[in-house]
Design a protein around this ligand. Sequence first.
Ligand code: ADP
Length: 320
Amino acid sequence: MKTIGVLTSGGDAPGMNAAIRAVVRPGCECGMKVYGINNGYRGLIEDDLQELNIRSVSDIIHRGGTMLHTARCLEFKEEEGMQKAIDTCKKYGIEGIVVIGGDGSFRGARDLSLRGIPCIGVPGTIDNDIVSSDYTIGYDTCLNTIMQMVDRIRDTVESHSRCMVIEVMGNRCGDLTLNSGIAVGATAIVIPEISSDVEKHVIERINRTIKTGKKHFLIMVAEGIGGVAELAKKIQNECGVEARSIVLGHVQRGGSPSARDRVTASLMGYEAVELLKQGIGNRVVVMKDDKIVNYDIYEALNMERQVNSQIYKIAHEISI
Ligand code: ADP
């Protein structure tokens, strides 16, 4: 391929910039023309792109967010929007695209591939919810951000002998909640994958922990469950402990990417452009057993998520 594009789509994630950089530089170095497509698929529909060179991606490796901006673009799901996107690719001679985003973005990539524009998906989302990949770019940074924020919350919760019910991002995936819950020693963790009788479960755990002499409690709840204010009220009424709630919100998305995210993003971006260089499309670059591999995009989107209930069990046994 002589001309390729790169875009970031869906939710932004720290490390997306490192992935863009790792696509652009090897692409340019081997003589390809590389276009940065702005605002995800919307940039293709609205003809909003820029040619990038090796210096265009200087000084971005340490920055959160994405220099290409991102968007959720509903028009792209319609045939008319898709056709406009294909017309833009033809106009610029774009023969292949690296799509950095989540499973939704991969579905868009699959649809573009079906219409003759080969795409390579690179998993970029803080949620770690891409079924085909053990790891997604941005997850480690986000996990550390949550841990640091909850450590601060813990200081005040401990001083006042309170309970704090904390809502954590993650869409329908509980990985951020589960692993941050382990990292902060949460008394209870509530995730969508294992979520029967939430209130009863949390109240039982707090009451049991009170008997061991504990006076302050951190309860981590995934956004896919929600209802943290109501849960805090219930805890206050039924456990006799002052309880508050907090939604950590968008602060979880930002910040300078961790070393793990920069390195993983760099390796994945590089692999994606290597595939396009060889004329290979319709793949996703993923992490499997600590190795970077690639799968067929259709197969990747049909994989089923495995829940690690052993980790959930361990989390509860050690956080009493
Ligand atoms: P993520 O990529 O983080 O999962 P979304 O699910 O919001 O985020 O998807 C990002 C974008 O990908 C959407 O706004 C849309 O442009 C495109 N997209 C999502 N699902 C599809 C689909 N089924 N077909 C075509 N495009 C899609």
